[in-house]
Design a binder for this molecule. Structure first.
Ligand code: GDP
Ligand code: MG
Length: 272
């Protein structure tokens, strides 16, 4: 007999109260939040994630990687606009989401239960308050249940730390996590970054391009929970070369385009 799906820890644990999102900027502008959820065969995980995400989303986009299970049907039941990626990976899905979203603030959250939707206000608030253009959840500040247990996870953590250190030392910043999938970003900025990566390397692409373009990147602690059911498709041995190539390319060879309308991010945030 099939086992009943596990609920994510944050859903059942009574650790914290839900937090409120205040979408009204200091200039009186009401920001619109689009939450983008990349999915691939997440029928066992997606319900609690969407249930607790819906209250924060003016628009909910599920960008699906051609799931062969009921993921898309479940997403539609939660009122999500369901789109398909082009079959190239999670980065592809994120780029589709950025292109299709209509909100001025985009939030990315995984569908596997690794991220607690109640952290969404903490990610969005610095943008609403005009203090950041891009807010990344940090597993180093918030803790991770997925990065420490096995040798594979340890290798992944070490790689991620080396990349973060290199960004810090070359760019004069003090980041702790360049590869988390839980983040919020102004849509204008996400478009201006002209993202190209097809797989999870898009996370470090977003962070490095944000810093090198001079946009304001802020980190907030977000805890990473173990995926509620099933297994991650991430395999270090399959993707490490793509990670190394994109890391070195965006950090040393890529040239940030001249910023035009966005040259004063503070003004851009408060524009009606
Ligand atoms: N649309 C889409 N989503 C994907 C793809 N691969 C993974 N995802 C989703 O991206 C999120 C993170 O994937 P996961 O396998 O947990 O990787 P990890 O968290 O980096 O170990 C989950 O919500 C997945 O369902 C893909 O090819 N297309
Ligand atoms: Mg995961």
């Amino acid at each position: 007999m099939a086992r009943a799906p596990q609920l994510p820890h944050w859903y059942t644990g009574a650790d914290r109260k839900p937090t409120q999102l205040r979408p009204l900027g200091s200039d009186g502008r009401r920001h619109r939040i689009s939450v983008i959820v990349p999915t691939r065969n997440e029928e066992a995980n997606i319900r609690p994630v969407l249930e607790w995400t819906v209250p924060y989303a003016d628009e909910l986009l599920v960008v699906d990687g051609h799931s062969t299970d009921a993921t898309r049907e479940i997403a539609a039941q939660f009122g999500a606009r369901v789109l398909l990626d082009n079959g190239r990976g999670k980065g592809d899905a994120i780029r589709v989401g950025i292109r299709e979203a209509t909100g001025d603030i985009l939030v990315f959250i995984d569908a596997d239960g690794s991220h607690d939707p109640r952290d969404i206000p903490a990610l969005v608030q610095p943008i609403v308050d005009g203090l950041a253009d891009h807010v990344s959840g940090s597993r180093m500040l918030g803790g991770s249940d997925e990065l420490h247990a096995t040798l594979h996870q340890f290798v992944r953590l070490m790689g991620s730390q080396i990349i973060t250190l290199s960004v810090n030392y070359t760019q004069g910043v003090r980041l702790t996590d360049c590869q988390n999938g839980f983040r919020a970003i102004r849509r204008e900025v996400a478009l201006a970054l002209d993202l190209r990566e097809d797989i999870t390397t898009i996370e470090q692409e977003m962070v490095i391009k944000t810093v090198r373009s001079g946009y304001r990147l802020v980190e907030v602690p977000t805890h990473e929970y173990v995926r509620a059911n099933g297994e991650s498709r991430f395999r270090v041995r399959e993707v490490w070369l793509r990670y190394v190539r994109s890391w070195l390319y965006y950090l040393f060879l890529w040239r940030p385009p001249r910023r035009q309308a966005l040259s004063n991010p503070a003004t851009a945030v408060s524009r009606p």
